[in-house]
Design a protein around this ligand. Sequence first.
Ligand code: CS2
Ligand code: MG
Length: 402
Amino acid sequence: MKITAARLILCSPDRNFVTLRVETDEGIYGLGDATLNGRELAVAAYLEEHVLPCLIGRDPFAIEDIWQYLYRGAYWRRGPVTMTAISAVDVALWDIKGKALGTPVYNLLGGKSRQGALVYAHANGADLPSAIESVKKHIDEGYLAIRVQCGVPGTLSSYGVPKGDKPYEPAERGLPAESLWSTEKYLNFVPHLFEAVRKEVGEDIHLLHDVHHRLTPIEAARLGRSLEPYHLFWMEDPTPAENQDAFRLIREHTVTPIATGEVFNSFWDAHDLIRNQWIDYIRMTIVHGGGITALKKTADFAAIYQVRTGFHGATDLSPVTMAAALHFGLAIHNFGIQEHMPHTPLTDQVFPHSYTFEAGYMHPGEAPGLGVEIDEKLAAQFPYARAYLPIARKLDGTVTDW
Ligand code: CS2
Ligand code: MG
């Protein structure tokens, strides 16, 4: 089999997606996700100018060789743009291989280790009562694990809180929006939030919380400790992780489990965190971390240190990535949980897929390959439009981590 063509499909069915389609001389094609939220066209240019021409004529079954060719061959290693581009190619090749062999991708990764992938939903509220209401709504929908974010009294906006009655979506068209942040108010408020939620829902539901890189290590240590009575499933991205050592300090002070890595793009971003057991869950996912090929190696390394996966799964990760993550999560032994922030009905229409949700778990389905399609005609009706993630400022105007 030979690769005969590779092209990108850019579309914006409620949000931007960059999708790679790789075609072969046997008529089988594969899809890959190349979406990097807020920097979409950088990846598109990287692929179109530098990567796609090199694929023509290659054997799509030689996935490891093509991965190494693109990673080592570029000379310039790592970085979100490079690694998202490599991921898109890698995932499209796994899709082709599954289709060619007539089997779902999870079978190529070792086969089923479980019946379904535990997923967590987002409960968001502008204030405490509406956050609790949102938690209850998700329990009614069948979720067993729920991330809770809530507006912090005294700040104009908080991370993860929806505007109006639309579901929470961080990227917005136009130039970057700005939000206000107060660490003091946040640290004082969050323990009350989880005390109230636990009281309301009892002990059995898994509760998670995303700090979104906004604290210093010692502040994060305080938060983790103050949340211990409510035994969270995890505290996510408590502090930025460029300095992996920062997590040592948090770890020394709290037994609240820690997840990080949605902005990572390389195994090396997580190396110290994993081998020192400073984290419990690794969130770097397939679309930004170099594809299934790279994540399999990272997950296997993490398994040795009892670190489990908890892949990023916000709406900016397209249904192609969601499918890939579910095949991956069904197969590997050290799967922990998968984020599930459902796409809008329009996104789902553009990307028909075989994965399903039932009673707290998702399943990739039994279609050969990934089990995702793209309706190109429909996609063409929703052209790409520039959009940005917001910027956060402290109350005195200082730019802070988002
Ligand atoms: C978040 C995301 O899902 C998460 O945990 O941190 O909403 C994140 O902000 C976006 O995916 C960024 O693209
Ligand atoms: Mg997050």
